[in-house]
Write a protein that binds this ligand. Sequence first.
Ligand SMILES: NC(=O)C1=CN([C@@H]2O[C@H](COP(=O)(O)OP(=O)(O)OC[C@H]3O[C@@H](n4cnc5c(N)ncnc54)[C@H](O)[C@@H]3O)[C@@H](O)[C@H]2O)C=CC1
Ligand SMILES: NCC(=O)COP(=O)(O)O
Length: 331
Amino acid sequence: MNAPLPRLAITLGEPAGIGPELVAELARSDIAADLIAVGDANLLQAAARSRGIELHLVADDGQPIAGRQPGSLRLVAVDLAADVVPGQLDKANAGYVLSTLARACDGCLAGEFDAVVTAPVQKSIINDAGIPFSGHTEYFALRAGSDVVMMLVANDLRVALATTHLPLSAVPAAITRASLETTLRIVQRDLLGKFAIAQPRILVLGLNPHAGEGGHLGREEIDIIEPLLRDLRGEGLQLTGPLPADTAFLPSHLAKADAVLAMYHDQGLPVLKALGFGHAVNITLGLPFIRTSVDHGTALDLAGKGVAEAGSLIAATRLALDLALRRRAAD
Ligand SMILES: NC(=O)C1=CN([C@@H]2O[C@H](COP(=O)(O)OP(=O)(O)OC[C@H]3O[C@@H](n4cnc5c(N)ncnc54)[C@H](O)[C@@H]3O)[C@@H](O)[C@H]2O)C=CC1
Ligand SMILES: NCC(=O)COP(=O)(O)O
């Protein structure tokens, strides 16, 4: 038998969103991985039919395979709690969504899967169901017991975030020397290990306009960011900044950086999405397993219409496969 294909768990995401149909679309790709959908079989087949896809679903028996036919997926079944109408959220299915994430996460931790690729979830409906939830990133971090960093990748641009899903008013207090140091060490380690960048160059943004304007527009740069960068440079990390965020993404700066660390979600991601939406990938750094995801949300406005683009899910799956193969070669 040829080398067994890496086993990638693919969670279907919010059942009323575009996730299930994009996973059906992913099945048609020629990606050389054992793609194992985690979710409801009838939901996935209905989503496939909505796009005219003939999907061959086989129960996952855990045995390695050496090849996969385009149009086929294996399945770890997690059953819906309630019927689904595309585009219509139902909090009765919030527990189902979390069960798919738990199953994939535990499978990765146990070595059953080489990676997990997640289709988008609707964070609000999970909260509406009374379950505190701010995102896959935080969920997997808690379940795996790891400090993590969210990073999105589009071509050569990598944007990591010092904070993730927080109200803007909570951001300054969340940027402490300790949290920032943990973040920078994770980014450094995973650029080295996961992305094989020998001497990562990280460009760090300031928090305030004009990176604080010498303390006149905020002191986080002077009190927290600059002293930490100075100390880490002393250890050999190649860190530039804190730079004013409004000009940090100019090509002249990006040419000298392997990654940009933004202080908060909407400081870094609009730039990345403006440049790469549709083929960018979200990766969680710091986990003991590989997790990638799409660059978009549940797009309820498009669900069931057969028009949502699968480019980002396909890119996320290709990146998960590349990282799994690199990890396998290193073991
Ligand atoms: N990885 C994840 O689980 C993510 C989940 N979300 C969640 O998704 C929900 C909706 O978020 P929004 O801010 O509305 O963002 P969204 O990405 O769902 O939609 C923004 C716009 O992009 C379009 N769009 C999104 N994906 C597309 C695709 N594959 N092909 C073509 N057009 C596409 C939508 O039609 C809409 O016009 C929220 O609950 C959010 O938390 C958002 C981002 C990532
Ligand atoms: N904007 C990125 C995003 O919301 C993805 O979050 P997560 O669910 O992957 O943690």
